[in-house]
Design a binder for this molecule. Sequence first.
Ligand SMILES: [Zn+2]
Ligand SMILES: [Zn+2]
Length: 303
Amino acid sequence: MAEKIMLCRLVWAEEYRSKDEPIYAGNMRYPAAHDLALERLNFADENGSVYGFVENRGQNFDLRKLGAEAADQSVDGVTVIFCAVDEQSNKLRVVGWYENATVYHEPKKPRRDSIRGKWEYYFEASSKDAHLIPVTARDLVVPRKTKITDRGFIGQRCVFYPANNPNYERFLESFELLRKDELVRGSDDIDQSEFQEGQRASREMTYFARNSKLVRAAKAHYGTNCLACGFNFADFYGDIGEGYIEVHHKRQMADDSVRLKTVEDVDVLCANCHRMVHRQAIPLTLDQLRSLIGDQQKPRKRA
Ligand SMILES: [Zn+2]
Ligand SMILES: [Zn+2]
C-alpha cells in the first residue's frame, strides 16, 4: 500500500486563518486573477477541527493514490503537507501540515454555521493535528524541476503524491525531522522555554549561513571581539578560534519581514553573550546586556 502523504500547493499567507488575509499567489493564475483562495482558512479552528482546501481544478481526488478503494468516499490517516511560494525568494516552502487528516473524494460543503460560508473543502483534521509553521521558520524547501524535461516533480497541478518518489526521498526525510521537532515541542516532557531559545538561535544561524556576505561585512566592520564582553576566541582558544564570532540580528527574527542589508542591523557577540541575549522572546539590546555584565562584575571585583 502506498504511504498516505499528499503535497499540496497553496497561495502564500502568514496565518491561513481569515478570509481577509493578504495572500501572495505568484504564478497561480486563478487566485491571482480573482483574489480568491479557499485555502485562506486552512488553519482556522472551528470547534476543534480544521477544514482544508487545495486548488484541484474543481475535480475529485483519486483516493487510490492514498491506498483507498476506487469506491471509497474518504480516506483517513493521511499526512497533508502544505507548501507555497514566497515572494522574496520565489522558493516553494513547506508552510505547515495536517497529521492524521481525512481526505474526501469530492469537495465537501461546509455546515450551515461554518465560518467558511460556501467555501468547500477536501480535508478535515483535528486542530491539534494542524501544524502551521511561522513565516520566519519556513526553511524546508520543496524540490521542483530545474529542467523542462525533468519528470516526477510537483508542477502545474497543486496536488502531488511524493511517497516512493526518488526525487522526494531527501525532502521527506527532512520533513520527518521537522515533524519530530514539532511533536517534541508539543510534548509536556521538555522545557518549552529552552526549546524556544534553541529554535531562535538555530533559525538565526541558518539565516546567517545563507548570508555569508553580511557575516564577512560584520566581521570587517566590528572585528571579532564580542561587543558586549570583549571576549576573543583566538586569544582564549588559540588558532582554532581565529576569526570566530557570532553575528546577531538586532531585530527580532520573528518579525523579520524586512531583510537585513547593512552591518548596522547586526552585532557581533561571543557564544555566551549571544545565548543570553536570546533567553527571552525579544532579544536584549547590546546596552542591556552590557549593563547586566557590569552589574555582575562589580561585586566580584570587590570580593
Ligand atoms: Zn561576550
Ligand atoms: Zn542572535
